[in-house]
Design a protein around this ligand. Structure first.
Ligand SMILES: *[C@@H]1O[C@H](CO)[C@@H](O)[C@H](O)[C@H]1NC(C)=O
Ligand SMILES: *[C@@H]1O[C@H](CO)[C@@H](O)[C@H](O)[C@H]1NC(C)=O
Length: 340
C-alpha cells in the first residue's frame, strides 16, 4: 500500500491532473493539523492516509473538495477492492474468497474449503506424507502443535505445503528450524505446552492463496460460544485416513469450566488449553488436523488464530469436544521465539 501511495503521488505530480480540488483550504482538517496542503491527486492520498488509515476519504468532505467523476469511481473501486487487495501484502487474516463454501460434505461434520478460503493453512509433511496442519503467521514462520514432532524433530525430514489440495500444492517449502516449547513433555499422556514454531526456507511471498493469519494479543479474550472455524486434511472419522482436499467445520468455544465437568474432561483442561465444539458431538477436528488452526473473525472480518488443534477423546463424540492449545496463553512465547 505504501509503495502504491508514493507511486500515485509522484504520478499525480507529474501529470498535475485536477482529480481533486480543495475548495476551502483553510478549513480542511488535514491542512489545519499539519500546516501544509498538497493539491490534486496527492491531496486525495494525503486525505485518505491522514484520516483513519484510509477508510475515511475525501468523499466525507463534499463541502471542502470538488471531486472529478473519474476519481469518484476510483474511490469506490479503492474502497471495495483496493483496500482489501492491498491488505493482502501487508495485513493479516484477510480472505479474498469470502463466499462461504456451498457444497456440504461430511467430514466429522464439516465441508470442503474453497481455494483461498483459509490461506494461512499449511500442511506439514514428513518425507512427503501429510502429518499435521500448521498456520502461517509471517512470510517465514508457521505455528503448530509440539506433538507433531514427538517422533521426528529434525527439520530435514519435514516440508510444508500450501494450498487447499495436498496433491497439487500451490507452494512447497523446506524447513529450516523447528522450535518445540521447552516445557512440552515428550510423552503421550501430557498435552500441556503443545505448541511449536517452524521456520521456512526460503520465505513464502503472500498471494491470494497463501497468506498469514492475525495473532491475537495475549490479553485478547474469546468468550464462550464464539463461533470459530477449524480446518484440516484430517480424518473424517476416528481412525480414518487423511483426505486430499482441505475441509472446514464450524465449532463454538466451550468455557474451561464446562469442559472440566466430570462428564466432559473431568478437570484435565489446563488454562493453556481451550475447548471448542459441541457437547452433543457431531462436529470436530480429528487425526491429521493436529497443529492446524482454529480461527475466528473480528468485527472487521480479519481472522485471528484462537487455537491450535491439540487433542481430544476420539472425534466428534458426545461430551468430548476438541481441545486446542490456547494461543493467547502462548502469545509471549511466540513473540520470544519468532520476534512477531
Ligand atoms: C472556509 O472555512 C472556514 C472554517 O470553516 C470558514 O470560516 C470560511 O468562511 C470558509 N471560507 C469559504 C470561502 O467558504
Ligand atoms: C452459550 O450457549 C449455551 C447454549 O446455547 C447457553 O446455555 C449459554 O448460556 C451460553 N453462554 C454464554 C456465556 O452466552
Amino acid at each position: 500500500m505504501h509503495t502504491w501511495h508514493i507511486l500515485m503521488s509522484l504520478l499525480s505530480r507529474i501529470l498535475n491532473f485536477p482529480w481533486i480540488t480543495i475548495r476551502n483550504q483553510t478549513s480542511h482538517p488535514w491542512y489545519l493539523r499539519r500546516g501544509i496542503l498538497q493539491t490534486n491527486l496527492f491531496a486525495w492520498f494525503t486525505i485518505m492516509r491522514g484520516r483513519g488509515g484510509g477508510t475515511e476519504s475525501a468523499l466525507s468532505y463534499p463541502q471542502l473538495v470538488r471531486i472529478h467523476p473519474c476519481t469518484e469511481k476510483f474511490f469506490l473501486f479503492w474502497k471495495v477492492i483496493g483496500l482489501r487487495y492491498s491488505s493482502l501484502f501487508t495485513g493479516c487474516g484477510t480472505r479474498v474468497n469470502k463466499v462461504p463454501a456451498s457444497t456440504l460434505e461430511r467430514i466429522s461434520g464439516g465441508q470442503y474449503a474453497e481455494s483461498g478460503d483459509w490461506p494461512w493453512q499449511a500442511s506439514l509433511q514428513q518425507n512427503g506424507v501429510h502429518r499435521c496442519g500448521a498456520t502461517l503467521i509471517s512470510n517465514t514462520w508457521l505455528v503448530t502443535a509440539a506433538h507433531c514432532f514427538r517422533r521426528a524433530n529434525s527439520p530435514r525430514a519435514w516440508t510444508a505445503s500450501f494450498g487447499t489440495s495436498l496433491r497439487s500444492a500451490k507452494k512447497k517449502r523446506n524447513i529450516y528450524r523447528i522450535i518445540v516449547h521447552e516445557n512440552y513433555a515428550n510423552n503421550i499422556l501430557s498435552h500441556d505446552y503443545d505448541i511449536a514454531v517452524v521456520q521456512l526456507t526460503p520465505s513464502v511471498p503472500f498471494t491470494n492463496d497463501v497468506h498469514r493469519v492475525c495473532l491475537p494479543e495475549a490479553s485478547q479474550d474469546f468468550p464462550e460460544n464464539t463461533s470459530c472455524y477449524v480446518t484440516g486434511w484430517g480424518a473424517l472419522r476416528d481412525d480414518g485416513s487423511s483426505v486430499n482436499d482441505l475441509r472446514q467445520t464450524e465449532v463454538k468455544i466451550i468455557g474451561n469450566e464446562i469442559c472440566n465437568r466430570p462428564e466432559v474432561y473431568n478437570g484435565v483442561i489446563r488454562p493453556g488449553m481451550l475447548c471448542a465444539g459441541y457437547l452433543e458431538g457431531g462436529r470436530d477436528a480429528c487425526q491429521g488436523d493436529s497443529g492446524g488452526p482454529l480461527v475466528t473473525p473480528d468485527s472487521r472480518g480479519l481472522w485471528y488464530l484462537v487455537g491450535i488443534v491439540s487433542w481430544g477423546d476420539e472425534c466428534a463424540k458426545r461430551n468430548k469436544p476438541g481441545v486446542y492449545t490456547r494461543v493467547t496463553a502462548y502469545r509471549d512465547w511466540i513473540a520470544e521465539k519468532t520476534g512477531l
